[in-house]
Design a protein around this ligand. Structure first.
Ligand SMILES: C[S@@+](CC[C@H](N)C(=O)[O-])C[C@H]1O[C@@H](n2cnc3c(N)ncnc32)[C@H](O)[C@@H]1O
Length: 278
């Protein structure tokens, strides 16, 4: 993508619009010389998209860094998976305008994106897929629409980054169970907002710089992550992923908060589920 490419105007609302929020936060962090996330593709996209990012979402260096740290948890898990399974398949559910492929691809893996039609349409325009990438417009909770497209020969890692909180709890359980049953030996990385935050969104009170986050029907306190096993007997491992490498005051605050158990249990969290081998 070059600077003389035409700008693209974007009209998304409700949940699909949240992909612009996460993109904007990654780009804001990546613009810094001391960024905790290297993401030039996100910067290119924000510069190219004709959308009032700053007016709509405000500007907060802390929020941008926290978002980048969360993204870093997913990147580490994908990079570790690709180190073990260089020809593996990464399935990105609700990928929006994530630029993770450009941050961690190893030149050999397969990538499948599944997102709603309006989000995939925009992704196709802005981030045309390369030969090892495939984009599918579908509801991620409808496994029948995408599971058979996944090449399972070299291992499968599924990411649900910034997705599950927008789904109804019963759909989250069914999605996790379905993934565990369809992809023996695979893993899934997810993030969760805590219950107090989910409640705020449902009351329309999760407001940042005038932007109201959409309602988040599914929430999980970090301290309850072991309960994810109950979605399916095929979920045989649950593991926390902690953010690392924070900058400035967050470099002290993040580890401190994560080590104070009552507080840590009520923070946003990232977890990995491992699925039983058949
Ligand atoms: C907060 S954005 C996250 C985008 C990206 N994963 C990231 O972290 O930047 C939420 C994404 O989930 C997608 N989404 C919401 N419900 C979905 C569903 N039922 N199936 C597939 N995608 C969905 C939205 O279209 C949007 O792209």
């Amino acid at each position: 993508m070059t600077s003389d490419e035409p700008s693209v105007s974007v009209e998304l609302d409700a949940v699909p619009e949240t992909a612009l929020w996460t993109l904007y936060q990654r780009a804001a962090e990546a613009r810094r010389p001391d960024a905790v996330l290297h993401d030039p593709k996100a910067v290119e996209l924000v510069d190219r998209i004709d959308y009032p990012f700053a007016e709509r979402f405000g500007t907060s260096a802390g929020q941008a860094q926290l978002q980048a740290l969360r993204v870093g948890c997913f990147d580490r898990e994908v990079a570790d998976f690709l180190a073990r399974e260089p020809r593996g398949t990464v399935v990105c559910l609700g990928e929006g305008l994530e630029t993770q492929y450009w941050r961690v691809d190893n030149g050999r893996a397969q990538w499948l994106t599944v997102d709603l039609p309006e989000s995939v349409g925009l992704r196709e325009r802005l981030l045309p897929p390369g030969p090892r990438q495939r984009y599918l417009a579908a509801d991620a909770t409808d496994l029948a629409s995408w599971a058979d497209l996944v090449d399972r020969e070299h291992g499968v890692l599924i990411t649900c980054q910034g997705l599950l909180m927008y789904l109804q709890p019963a759909r989250v359980r069914a999605l996790l169970a379905g993934c565990a049953e369809h992809f023996p030996g695979g893993s899934l990385v997810l993030d969760a907002v805590p219950h107090w935050f989910g409640r705020l969104t449902r009351k329309g009170k999760a407001v940042s710089h005038g932007y109201h986050a959409p309602p988040m029907p599914w929430a999980m306190d970090a301290g309850d992550r072991e309960l994810l096993r109950s979605a399916s007997p095929a979920i045989v491992g649950v593991r926390e992923v902690r953010p690392t490498g924070a900058r400035g005051p967050l470099a002290g605050l993040v580890p401190l908060a994560l080590n104070l158990s009552p507080l840590a249990a009520r923070l946003p969290s990232v977890a990995v589920l491992d699925f039983a081998e058949r």
